[in-house]
Ligand binder design. Structure first.
Ligand SMILES: [Zn+2]
Length: 356
């Protein structure tokens, strides 16, 4: 599958936190021929193993889930909902959504708005609270909702199809973190005929948007000697945001995390990533200042601790209905991770206990 198809198909897949099965099936079909073992754990994580020539274990991680919604109450013909993950609720009114029923049918709906004609000037200035919002599937009675088999607990995504613009831009709803998933797919494809000096576990994790949940069980089960989380991270090029508050930018290459709210990356790991990028002439940038959390935040604390790093594809407008990435940033992130994995055994970092 070419890069444009990979990114658009992964972004379009239905996978709010806790309901990642469609993403998992897609990734499984993409990588099964590149790995020696593949399984799903009880948290829903998809874990693949590519066997190497030693028992040392390196884990690469990306999360499959996207921010979504869940039906919480059926109110006559209308559906109340709650958020699965960190939305800015002000962006939701007017969005087209897809509700997935228990049987797997996808029912389109609209997050209702109140037309400006019937709002007062004062009301027009106020943002809606999520508790004021509801989904409208075009029904006029609760019986019509029931006839569509919509239930409390059905997951919902904002329905926005990915689109490739020109040669280098992709717009899609879920590059946090399907961009990271796509990086891991490309890495496994690239390594399919090589034998690494360690076992490589690629983990496609669940529930990151609800608090790094899948990463906790996968890190415990895999028990890696070294781990790298791959993200689609916050790029802000907005002219209204001062430069010192812009965490990263598109078109400046992969983003290396030094610190976020969940981890201070060991400086030896950061310096190794920098050296690999410089040696291979891969552009890179740092994520600044201290924003966000990633799966590395729990992976590095599991089982007595694991050296962990974070690299990311910069993506504008994550946690909104549409985000924007550049394919060149994506390709450079694949290139950086590939070189990190190849050069890692020579670093002395593949040990749970570091020599003094
Ligand atoms: Zn993410």
């Amino acid at each position: 599958m070419n890069v444009k198809e990979l990114l658009t198909n992964l972004s379009n897949a239905f996978g709010p936190a806790g309901f990642e099965d469609e993403v998992r099936e897609l990734i499984q079909s993409l990588v099964k021929d590149f790995v020696d073992e593949i399984y799903e754990d009880t948290s829903g994580n998809l874990i693949t193993l590519k066997k190497g020539t030693s028992s040392t274990k390196v884990m690469v991680d990306a999360h499959m889930d996207e921010v979504g919604l869940i039906i919480s109450h059926i109110h006559g013909p209308f559906l109340r909902f709650q958020m699965l993950g960190g939305w800015d609720a002000r962006l939701l009114p007017g969005q087209k959504v897809l509700i997935r029923t228990r049987s797997g049918n996808k029912i389109p709906g609209v997050i209702a708005t109140i037309p400006p004609h019937i709002q007062s000037a004062e009301e027009m200035k106020k943002a809606f609270d999520v508790s004021d919002l509801y989904i409208d599937v075009g029904a006029t009675s609760e019986e019509e909702v029931n006839a569509k088999a919509i239930s409390v607990g059905d997951p919902v995504i904002v329905h926005s199809f990915a689109e490739v613009v020109g040669d280098d831009i992709v717009i899609g709803k879920a590059f946090d973190d399907r961009a990271g998933c796509a990086v891991l797919v490309k890495i496994l494809e690239r390594l399919k005929n090589s034998r690494l000096p360690y076992d490589l576990y690629a983990v496609f994790a669940t529930g990151e948007e609800l608090g790094l949940r899948g990463a906790k069980t996968s890190a415990y089960n895999v028990d890696p000697d070294f781990a790298i989380s791959v993200e689609g991270t916050i790029a802000v090029d907005n002219p209204n945001i001062p430069p010192h508050k812009q965490p990263s930018h598109i078109d400046k290459g992969p983003v290396i995390t030094i610190i976020d709210k969940s981890i201070v990356v060991n400086q030896r790991v950061v310096m190794f990533f920098e050296e690999v990028a410089r040696r291979n002439s891969i552009p890179f940038q740092y994520k600044t200042p201290i924003f966000g959390s990633t799966n590395a935040g729990v992976i590095h604390l599991e089982r007595g601790g694991t050296l962990s790093g974070v690299i990311a594809v910069p993506a504008r407008y994550i946690h909104s209905p549409l985000s924007i990435i550049k394919i060149s940033d994506f390709e450079n992130t694949v290139e950086l991770l590939h070189n990190i994995l190849v050069e890692l055994p020579a670093t002395g970092l593949l040990k749970k206990k570091l020599r003094l």
